[in-house]
Design a protein around this ligand. Structure first.
Ligand code: PMP
Length: 389
């Protein structure tokens, strides 16, 4: 039947060889063995009880992860950017103002998204290897009276962590909502949504949660919910939190079909969260602090320099390192992969060509992994000096 009409032949796909590296870039990170197993669990229909039970378990665990009593907690089908776009577009309408505390690439992405939706986006910048003072933020809030302030908590492009304690209160004083990106920080460093007055937060699975990318948790405060309920604009259909809340049963047993969620991703997300639940947040924060402390000590011994000058601004999950004069960042990354089978990254956005980015988080937050990376980096530093002399 219609065989004569076939104009493209069956492609020849070669069986490519692949040796899995240790994933120590700023993400994706390796996955928990239990998560790899969970990905093989059965497909569920978006109509059956098991599916809604799974979503309920995920929501309970997300409330723990974000530390919120809010009802409006769910996960977006997509990687971190989808949650970034959902958060911004559900809360802020065209011609409303979003202030963006900008120090890395994710803030620039937020700017890009806001501009595409005709939001009046106002970035204010600091040197990328530093963090914001509340005096600076307050001056900008006072000046612009924005609908919301966007802040990245842990910045994987710069290796910095922004202090957030009390920031919600400061935003609310000027009538602004506080939106926070926790993609590379949650689970690895303290984050307390309700305590810090955060109105909207999103994260993703491929970092500390140690799962595959493709599903991204979000949570909204009552203040954010009220703003959404009174909005005049329509966010993108696929990302409409009001509709998704009906599918995720945020307000009782509504079970409304919006789209077909990927059940292996739901199973995987629950398993990621279970790995954190069983460790508990305070213990997992401490694990990350201890491991990064050990890693930095070893890097200092070999004479590596940190991109972020102040120790309190350094993010526990992603370390940014400046190489001595004359070293090529891409060659360094390539040597690590080829000789140690460890994947680390060069800089991104403002740090491109200026730093190495090394992520030791989630399932990889162990002294053994930190030692393997430190050994590899020391060996690479020596080998590349020799070869370039
Ligand atoms: N925010 C931060 C802090 C990130 O590190 C990343 C991914 N590296 C993103 C947002 C975007 O997430 P994704 O690549 O999953 O879309």
């Amino acid at each position: 039947m219609l065989a004569s009409k076939i104009i493209i032949p069956v492609p020849k796909i070669e069986n490519r060889k692949f040796t899995k590296p240790l994933l120590c870039g700023p993400g994706p990170c390796d996955v928990w063995p239990s998560v790899a197993e969970a990905l093989n669990k059965p497909i569920l229909s978006p109509m059956c009880d098991e599916y809604f039970n799974l979503m309920a378990d995920i929501r309970d665990s997300l409330k723990y992860l974000f530390q919120t009593k809010s009802k409006l907690v769910l996960a977006i089908s997509g990687s971190g950017h989808s949650a970034m776009e959902a958060t911004i577009t559900n809360l802020i309408g065209p011609n409303e103002t979003m202030l963006i505390a900008t120090r890395g690439i994710w803030d620039e992405r937020a700017l890009n998204i806001a501009q595409r939706h005709n939001i009046k986006a106002i970035p204010f910048r600091i040197p990328f290897n530093t963090t914001f003072s509340y005096e600076h933020i307050e001056a900008e809030l006072k000046k612009w009276k924005p609908t919301a302030l966007f802040v990245t908590h842990g910045d994987s492009s710069t290796g910095t962590v922004q202090k957030l304690d009390g920031l919600g209160e400061l935003c609310h004083k000027y009538g602004a909502l506080l939106i926070v990106d926790t993609v590379v920080s949650i689970g690895g460093v303290p984050f307390l949504m309700d305590e810090w007055g955060v109105d909207a937060v999103y994260t993703s699975t491929q970092k500390v949660l140690s799962g595959p990318a493709g599903i991204s948790p979000v949570a909204f405060s009552e203040r954010a919910e009220e703003k959404m309920n009174n909005r005049k604009h329509q966010p993108p259909f696929y990302l409409d939190i009001k509709l998704l809340a009906q599918q995720w049963n945020c307000y009782g047993n509504t079970r409304a079909y919006h789209h077909t969620l990927c059940s292996p991703m739901l199973w995987a997300l629950l398993q990621c969260l279970q790995e954190i639940n069983k460790r508990t947040l305070p213990k997992f924060w401490k694990t990350h602090a201890d491991v990064v402390g050990h890693f930095h000590k070893r890097l200092r011994q070999y004479g590596f320099n940190f991109l972020v000058p102040k120790a309190e601004d350094r993010l526990a999950t992603v370390t940014t390192v400046v190489l001595p004069q004359g070293y090529d960042y891409l060659k360094f990354v390539k040597y690590m992969r080829e000789n140690y089978n460890i994947l680390i990254f060069g800089g991104l956005g403002p740090t491109a060509g200026k730093a190495l980015r090394i992520g030791i988080m989630g399932v990889n937050a162990t002294i053994e992994v930190a030692d393997a990376v430190a050994d590899g980096m020391a060996g690479t530093l020596k080998a590349l000096t020799k070869s370039s002399l």
